[in-house]
Design a binder for this molecule. Sequence first.
Ligand code: GSH
Length: 224
Amino acid sequence: MAKDMTLLWGSGSPPCWRIMIALEEKNLQGYNQKLLSFEKGEHKSKEVMDINPRGQLPAFKCGDKIINESCGACFFLESKYKSQGTKLIPDCDAEQALMFQRVFEVNTFGDKMANVIYYNWKVPEGERHESAIKRNKEALTAEVKLWEGYLQKTSSGFLAGKNFSLADVIVFPAIAYLYRHGLSEERYPKLTEYYKNLMNRPSIKATWPPTWKETPGQDILKDI
Ligand SMILES: N[C@@H](CCC(=O)N[C@@H](CS)C(=O)NCC(=O)O)C(=O)O
């Protein structure tokens, strides 16, 4: 079953990680996988471009079906293997609505995070401004406070309802990325509790980015 799936991935990439968590949760271990290096430019190789013409990771194939968009791949896996492993879409309307809401909010969250973490990479040297850096940091701070608030309102410890769902599969890697880049554990207690609880979940532990185990993180988000 999992043998006809192929995932080309990069360590630490939240989009790649979410597909790996979904595969674990759906008991789809044993898929073909290849860890590629962003540093070496392997995401621009022919092998990747043949699957993902944007030259981005993840590049994911299930049989002859290509689903590179990480959220799409997670929904596809849940839909195809509904009754296998963890049920990731709640039945209850209210929980399902919240799950969809949180899943698609991750795009805004990701953009705001990238605007801070990758500012120097995205903006050429002559076009950089202290005012833009400050504005991006303020926007990310407001965004992180929003997620801290969401978690204050849930008693389950999950993002959408009583159980672990696609919202957690998809958003957890982005939250972990914040901590990897130096987010204060003290300033966001609920987010930190969520992060620390879920980091021990078997699907998350089994797929923890290998490079994160080997190298220290950065402190770029320490004043967020
Ligand atoms: N929307 C895509 C985004 C994938 C993406 O941004 N991948 C990044 C790594 S996290 C990448 O490959 N960046 C290299 C590049 O764009 O050249 C998804 O969610 O799957």
